[in-house]
Design a protein around this ligand. Structure first.
Ligand code: TEU
Length: 542
């Protein structure tokens, strides 16, 4: 199904692909990826078999957070191109059956948005209330709320004597969703994009928009769902689009509030329990815990169960905020990349590929803070080292869990700058592009690219992958991932060795059928004990 078919559920059998435009393909040699660069790679994406692109922000922006700080929602940043380029991207993608999903960043704007510039003119101006202002308390910030990027979430504006709220960088002031005029302006802008022919929205930190700053309730506040329902009525209703809300706070119990068939809100959310399950509950991502496969499976199984009858899952290992999957969950090898793809894409839900994942790109490693560009990493480096942390220890942690390590340029070829740009890239290219690159990957019949391509094509031709029920197997096995999908008398068994060691076990399952996909040799039967090679994964359809 493509976004241009009349089926309202087209996005269930489609594969999503995230483009981080800054790092995807540079067409003009300035070292920054751009929209013409993306257009030039649409044939590559069509070959991969994806149904829609989630395009990280390309709007006008001073780029304090690489575009997640928008100064004009209805224009394109010059480094990425023009509105005409954007229209051409939508058309050219459509010609290949691919939809463009834009990134809606409306929890906050840039401080350079004309709304905020106007709001700074004084307490009485109309746009003042588009943002969240509070008087000082005891001469300081209204409360001790911290920003996700470090330091106080309140910034003092000397001219008016008030503080404004910024849950992210101080150049990302939070928008005041309590103001109906602000909400109307956002909906108008959304309709303007939808009318241009886009296939939907990915909604940045959407779980924060209902916030009650005085009660210090930010995620999942009481106004969140009413706002999303209102948004749906005003913009999405009656349009055949896909929406995916980024919701770090989402729980299996709350999932249907967003994506249930009667919720009238979103198609699905990105939930992060499988990510945060691996972090220290207090210190967070800078203090990763040892990997625990049983705990990871428990999270996936809970989400599969919660959406068994209603609602819908998104399936992803990585994105532009997270370490690359093959380094985080695998060992960097092709086999582990293929195994991860099979395990994820055959669960129930819409799978998302983060650019480069389909060719087995690994996390880059840096050795000095000067190589990092990300506001989050740079800020926390300053904060933590000022408190006495060893700089090298911080960099080691950042290499594991920082955001820039997955943001290095897409590796197209083994040539200069990986074929990403003819100039100097905004962030260093991973030196391993000589071995890991799209050109090499595309020419390998059993490689990582071939696996992702098969998976994208299989889900279009096998309704069991889209609609089959999900039953976990071997839930407590520390090395194996196994599950069954069932649909209209068919049974799909997915079995994988998650580790780099061979493993022998008994799946307690008898099945005879066809090999749907396999990392190693094709398997067609299950009967008694089984030995799997390191990172071996396969699926049998019986
Ligand atoms: O991310 C939300 C978010 O909460 C992340 O910043 C996350 O907290 C962090 O990576 C984990 O430590 C979204 C975007 O995906 C991200 O790129 C933006 O920086 C952020 O919102 C602000 O718009």
């Amino acid at each position: 199904m493509t976004p241009y078919s009349p089926d309202p559920d087209w996005w269930k059998s489609a594969t999503g692909y995230q483009i981080y435009p800054r790092s995807f393909a540079c067409s003009n040699g300035d070292g920054i990826g751009d929209i013409p660069g993306i257009i030039g790679k649409l044939d590559y994406l069509a070959d991969l078999g994806i149904g829609f692109i989630w395009l990280s922000p390309v709007f006008s922006s001073p780029q304090a957070d690489n575009g997640y700080d928008i100064s004009d929602y209805q224009d394109i940043a010059p480094e990425f191109g023009t509105l005409a380029d954007m229209d051409r991207l939508i058309l050219e993608a459509k010609a290949r059956g691919i939809g463009i999903v834009m990134d809606l960043v409306v929890n906050h704007s840039s401080d350079e948005h004309h709304w905020f510039r106007s709001a700074l003119q004084g307490r009485e101006v109309p746009y003042r209330d588009f943002y969240i202002w509070r008087d000082p308390v005891n001469g300081g910030a209204p409360n001790d709320q911290q920003s996700y990027f470090g330091g106080s979430a309140w910034e003092y504006d000397r001219a008016s004597g008030q503080f404004y709220l910024h849950l992210f960088d101080k150049k990302q002031p939070d928008l005041n969703w309590q103001n109906p005029s602000l909400r109307r302006a956002i909906y108008q802008m959304m309709n303007w994009w939808l009318d241009r022919g886009i296939a939907g929205f990915r909604m940045d930190v959407i779980d924060l928009i209902g916030k009650d700053p005085d009660a210090q309730i930010f995620a999942d506040a009481p106004d969140l769902h009413p706002f999303l329902r209102e948004m749906h009525e005003a913009t999405l209703k009656g349009r055949n689009v896909v929406t995916v809300g980024e919701a770090w706070s989402a729980t299996p119990a709350g999932a249907l509030l967003y994506s249930g068939r009667d919720a009238g809100e979103l198609s699905m959310v990105f939930q992060f329990e499988h990510v945060s399950q691996q972090w220290d509950p207090v210190i967070g991502k800078w203090a990763p815990k040892p990997f625990d496969l049983v705990a990871l499976k428990r999270v996936f199984n809970r989400w599969q169960a919660a959406t068994a009858q209603d609602g819908w899952n998104s399936l992803f290992w990585g994105n532009h905020d997270l370490p690359r999957a093959v380094s985080k969950y695998g060992d960097g090898s092709e086999d582990s990349a293929k195994m991860l793809a099979i395990v994820l894409h055959l669960m129930k839900g819409t799978p998302y590929i983060y650019q480069g994942e389909e060719i087995g790109m690994t996390n880059a490693a840096f050795s000095a803070i000067t190589q990092f560009r990300d506001v989050e990493t740079v800020n926390f480096y300053a904060i933590r080292t000022a408190k006495g942390m060893d700089p090298q220890a911080f960099i080691q942690g950042a290499n594991e869990n920082g955001r820039d390590n997955a943001r290095t340029p897409m590796q197209w070829t083994s040539g200069t700058q990986a074929g990403f740009t003819t100039g100097t890239p905004w962030i260093e290219v991973n030196p391993n592009h000589t071995a890991i690159n799209a050109k090499a990957a595309q020419s390998k019949p059993d490689g990582v690219f071939a696996t992702y391509k098969s998976l994208a094509h299989l889900r279009k031709s096998h309704p069991i992958i889209v609609a089959g029920t999900y039953t976990p197997l071997l839930e407590y096995h520390p090395k194996v991932v196994a599950y069954l999908r069932k649909h209209q008398g068919q049974c799909l068994a997915v079995i994988a060795n998650f580790t780099g060691d061979p493993v022998t076990f008994d799946p307690n399952l008898t099945l005879q059928g066809d090999s749907l996909i396999a990392t190693h040799t094709a398997r067609t039967a299950l009967n008694g004990p089984l030995t799997l090679a390191p990172h071996e994964a396969f699926a049998i359809l019986g």
